[in-house]
Design a protein. Structure first.
Length: 253
């Protein structure tokens, strides 16, 4: 059984002109011709064409494919194994590219307008966009969420660096107060809690004391928040919650 050039073109999803070119350069010469000189492709020709197209998919130029396919003592299974290995490597690289594009999409969607280098400088290995879905699910319906998204969308690298420096200072003072044994409901700890609330007010969203009190509860109740604080100093999350609640009482009673 043999096939015409048109049939092969349709089967392989390539053009007749491409098949003519492969014949002209000796890459794929039809095994048969009609009495009128028309090309007819055999099953062996189709098997070779499959190999050609696979190597083309892998980026090999036609002259290299000719050399590869004409290597002596190399059968179809050998070629397929080689192609499988190369395709697997290519798939791995493509997955890395896809993941990078997805991270870029998430970064743009998060509203943080920074280059990848700036993001790494500010956030390190932490990627805020990885938490976007959960944040939106839990707070996407709130005014605070909308306000925060709108604010951070306008922040420059300098803004983020100032924000981080301010947050680091609050955290460092909180740790120092805890290590010094200062009471959570004392003036020093409550002042730190008020500075934390002011930090949120300035950079993210309006944070009245009742909302700040809720945040203090989350810092203890959510294992991930609690771990973030307690990795610095064990017990810090509970201490901070008490300071936030005490500060809220001070300002609302």
């Amino acid at each position: 059984m043999s096939f015409s050039v048109g049939q092969v073109a349709r089967l392989a999803g390539i053009t007749v002109r491409t098949l003519h070119h492969y014949d002209e350069i000796g890459l794929l010469t039809p095994g048969e011709r009609t009495s009128g000189g028309y090309r007819r492709y055999t099953d062996d020709d189709l098997a070779r064409l499959q190999q050609i197209l696979l190597y083309r998919e892998l980026g090999f130029p036609l002259d290299e494919i000719t050399v590869i396919l004409d290597e002596p003592h190399t059968d179809d299974v050998t070629h397929l194994r080689r192609q499988h290995e190369l395709l697997t490597r290519k798939a791995g690289r493509l997955q890395e590219v896809i993941a990078a594009v997805e991270r870029a999409i998430n970064a743009r969607s998060s509203g943080i307008n920074l280059t990848p280098e700036e993001r790494f400088e500010i956030f390190g290995d932490f990627r805020p966009e990885d938490h976007d879905a959960e944040v939106e699910r839990r707070w996407g319906h709130t005014d605070a969420y909308a306000q925060s998204r709108a604010r951070v969308a306008s922040y420059t690298k300098a803004d983020w660096l100032r924000l981080r420096a301010e947050a680091d200072t609050v955290n460092d003072d909180l740790i120092a107060a805890f290590k010094a044994g200062l009471p959570a409901d004392g003036a020093d700890a409550m002042d730190i809690a008020e500075r934390h609330r002011g930090h949120i007010n300035r950079w993210f969203y309006d944070c009245p004391h009742d909302l700040h009190r809720c945040l203090g509860d989350i810092y203890v109740q959510d294992p991930r928040f609690a771990a973030t604080f307690d990795e610095r100093v064990p017990g810090l999350a509970v201490y901070f919650r008490h300071a936030i609640h005490a500060n809220a009482r001070r300002h609302t009673t």
